[in-house]
Design a protein around this ligand. Structure first.
Ligand code: 6GU
Length: 242
């Protein structure tokens, strides 16, 4: 999958992209993330990319010309022709695992990172095709959200995670939180591991894990239970908990 990222802070991307799983995914040819510095497309002598807002008020606004020039030179004129162009902004639809799956079906995605207090509305109206937020809090820019989106989408691509089951058991993949994990030693500082996990009975282990997921989700994120696909056995177990 190909990503084109448009940003005023290109230097923040490589350290994360060149670590661990995403680096391996790149080496295997599964993802290619290209970072484009919007400032390179500012045509004036000082490469200015922001300006004061019309109507006054505080803060600076990202100018339209360098952003349109950058995006059109990399994607071609008219983003529909190429791929979605997603603006990372706290005003976007809130990112979640369903959106990550949806985006992972695209062969190519372009991401525009907002900076300053805002971006000229004409960028939103005439260039961007989608707007995504990563939650209800405010960051200084869209760079961390872009990395989060790239990470969440990339790990869903076939071959990116080593495990063939990949992302199947993840928290949120089933609409529930994940069950608790244990590894060796069987006793640590006097704290044991649930007997069932040492039993080798896989049907019982699967049932235990499912129940742990259900109980945990009910306790911590009851909002998720309302939308999660539950079977009769799940519902009976939850009844019993109440
Ligand atoms: Cl996508 N951008 C910024 N600046 N702040 C955010 C955000 C995005 N998502 C949550 N907060």
């Amino acid at each position: 999958m190909e990503f084109d990222v448009f940003t005023l802070l290109p230097e923040v991307f490589p350290p994360y992209l060149e670590s661990s799983i995403l680096q391996r995914a790149h080496q295997r040819g599964l993802i290619d993330v290209r970072i484009h510095n919007i400032r390179d497309w500012a045509s004036d002598r000082h490469h200015v990319t922001d300006d004061v807002p019309y109507g006054g008020g505080g803060g600076m606004v990202m100018k339209p010309e360098p952003v349109f020039a950058a995006v059109e030179s990399v994607l071609g004129a008219g983003p529909e022709a190429c791929c979605p162009l997603i603006l990372l902004t706290p005003q976007g639809r809130v990112f979640n695992q369903t959106i990550a799956y949806e985006l992972s079906r695209q062969p190519r995605l372009a991401l525009l990172c907002g900076r300053y207090e805002g971006i000229d509305e004409r960028i939103r109206e005439h260039l961007v095709t989608d707007e995504v937020s990563i939650g209800d809090y405010v960051l200084t820019g869209g760079e961390l959200p872009a990395l989060i989106l790239i990470d969440a989408v990339s790990r869903l691509l076939p071959g990116v995670l080593g495990d063939p089951d990949g992302a199947f058991d993840d928290s949120h993949a089933s609409g529930l939180l994940e069950y608790p994990h244990y590894t060796r030693p069987p006793e640590f500082r006097g704290w044991g591991v649930p007997e069932i996990l040492l039993s080798g009975n896989h049907a019982q282990i699967d049932r235990w894990r499912r129940e742990q997921s259900l109980a945990r989700t009910q306790k911590r994120r009851p909002d998720l239970l309302e939308k999660a696909p539950l079977n009769e056995k799940d519902k009976q177990y939850l009844e019993k908990l109440n």
